[in-house]
Design a protein around this ligand. Structure first.
Ligand SMILES: Cc1ncc(COP(=O)(O)O)c(C=O)c1O
Length: 461
């Protein structure tokens, strides 16, 4: 065993891309190198990352939304150290742990009355698998209605309700009895519910792949229609929950909405230990665990582990004490308003949308510039979906801001700043966006050369 484990790891620093090529995912390494994202990050603190050369980066990707408290939050670290040192009786399994009890109690402080039972698991997709099973069991029905363009995870159950063919193709038959409806379309939802055979309607109140938000009034009406049809309303708040949108849960922007099941993960971990939680009503939970024989009929080995529960508890406390929900709301309003103003100066920008600190910028073929339209067409003929690289590559390379396109085959770039970000951080980002968007209008120019070169490479690869 290495006495100084960190020193031993540091001795190997720099070999990670070769190791990943040999043993993990060479195609991913190739992609990183192609776009210049192989940065050899060595440290993370708060909203920032540092690479081996000491360059500081603003992290607006936050590990796909995990680092809501920023990286390595000192209060959560302190709690985790204490739990490790306490040699707690972790995962006894044939007992009830105090930490999971406290974590469940803390979580349901922020949900509507009646949503006070929690099932803990290990990831976002597992919350969705759980919601599917709970809904089917509680209603005795099979069908799950979901939205086009939805993303609920990549295990086979949640993949069956993924709204993009790209993720599903090549993986064979998935869960049967699913039906997609267009997002924000109540008429289609009513039609899908009409046969009264759906166990659940599941949706993200703000879709992660597009930053499309439910329209005002949509969720309340969807809830009414679901109740009428005996269908459970499931909100997937894996990405939008824990304060990200300026409320504890995004559905709470509409006070009359009280879903039957809430899926939470990502930010609940504090960025430390994988965790997911399904929050639901007693009658739903009791339908699943309806006898002593069935008291663990849905379960997992690592759910409720002490480190995950402590990280969750500490994260909830930090979000409460440091008023991070309020910060997400205020800073989100400021940033989106400024970004929309900047967007108006760029003919490629069609919309800035989102809620709180989950927002995106959408690009499309420009209508009022022949030159830029030709450039757009040339690029799209080579490769659809590469345009976003013209934004994210210079954001990283020139402005040291880490971002990513919102999904495959999309022209949306999504930003998920940590909830601890400040106005100064957002000004760093806004200034950078102003420059990057200005550069997209210089055709021919370096930004276009880079992205056209990239599109040709991707075509060849
Ligand atoms: C809304 C939503 N649901 C589910 C998931 C799946 O979570 P995980 O990657 O932890 O399985 C994600 C992941 O991005 C998500 O955004």
């Amino acid at each position: 065993m290495h006495e100084d484990f960190i020193a031993w790891v540091e001795q190997h620093r720099g070999t990670q891309y070769d190791l990943h090529t040999d043993h993990i995912n060479p195609t991913f390494v190739k992609m990183l190198k192609t776009i210049g994202f192989d940065r050899n990050y060595t440290r993370g603190e708060g909203c920032y990352l540092w690479d081996g050369a000491g360059t500081k980066y603003l992290d607006l990707l936050t590990g796909w939304g995990v680092f809501m408290l920023g990286r390595n939050h000192p209060k959560v670290r302190q709690v985790l150290r204490q739990v490790l040192d306490a040699q707690s009786p972790n995962l006894v399994r044939m007992d009830c742990s105090i930490l999971s009890g406290l974590a469940a109690e803390a979580l349901v402080r922020h949900t509507p009355d009646g949503l006070d039972r929690v099932f803990f698991c290990n990831s976002g997709t597992e919350t969705v698998e759980t919601a599917i099973k709970f809904s089917r069991c509680a209603t005795g029905r099979q069908k799950i209605i979901y939205c086009e363009h939805a993303f609920h995870g990549l295990t086979t159950g949640s993949l069956a309700i993924n709204g993009a063919e790209f993720f599903r193709e090549r993986f064979g038959d998935l869960l049967p009895h699913t039906e997609a409806v267009p997002f924000n379309d109540l008429v289609s939802l009513e039609k899908a519910l009409a046969k009264q055979d759906a166990a659940a309607f599941i949706l993200e109140p703000i879709q992660g792949k597009s930053c499309e938000l439910v329209a005002d009034g949509y969720l309340a009406e969807a809830q009414r229609l679901c109740r009428k049809a005996g269908t459970l309303l499931v909100v997937d708040e894996v990405q939008s929950g824990m304060g990200r949108t300026g409320k504890w849960f995004c559905f709470q922007h509409w006070p009359e909405v009280e879903p039957d099941i809430i899926c939470v993960a990502k930010g609940l971990s504090g960025g430390f230990v994988p965790v997911g939680a399904v929050i639901t009503r007693p009658r739903i939970m009791d339908a699943v665990f309806n006898s002593m024989e069935r008291c663990v009929v849905h379960s997992n080995t690592f759910g409720q582990n002490d480190l995950a529960m402590a990280a969750a508890l500490a994260s909830i406390q930090v979000i409460e004490e440091d008023k991070l929900v309020e910060n997400a709301d205020e800073l989100g309003r400021y940033t989106m308003a400024r970004l929309a103003e900047i967007g108006k100066t760029c003919p490629f920008v069609t919309e800035v949308r989102g809620k709180g600190l989950m927002f995106g910028i959408d690009f499309a073929r420009p209508e009022n510039s022949l030159k830029l339209r030709l450039a757009w067409d040339m690029l799209h003929k080579l490769n659809f979906g590469v345009f976003g690289q013209m934004i994210i590559i210079p954001l990283l390379k020139k402005h040291h801001i880490l971002t990513q396109v919102a999904g495959y085959h999309t022209e949306v770039i999504k930003f998920l700043p940590p909830l601890v970000a400040t106005k100064q951080d957002m000004d760093w980002f806004l200034q950078a966006m102003q420059e990057v968007l200005a550069d997209t209008q210089k055709f021919p120019g370096t930004a276009w050369d880079t992205v056209l070169g990239l599109a040709k490479n991707v075509v060849k690869a």
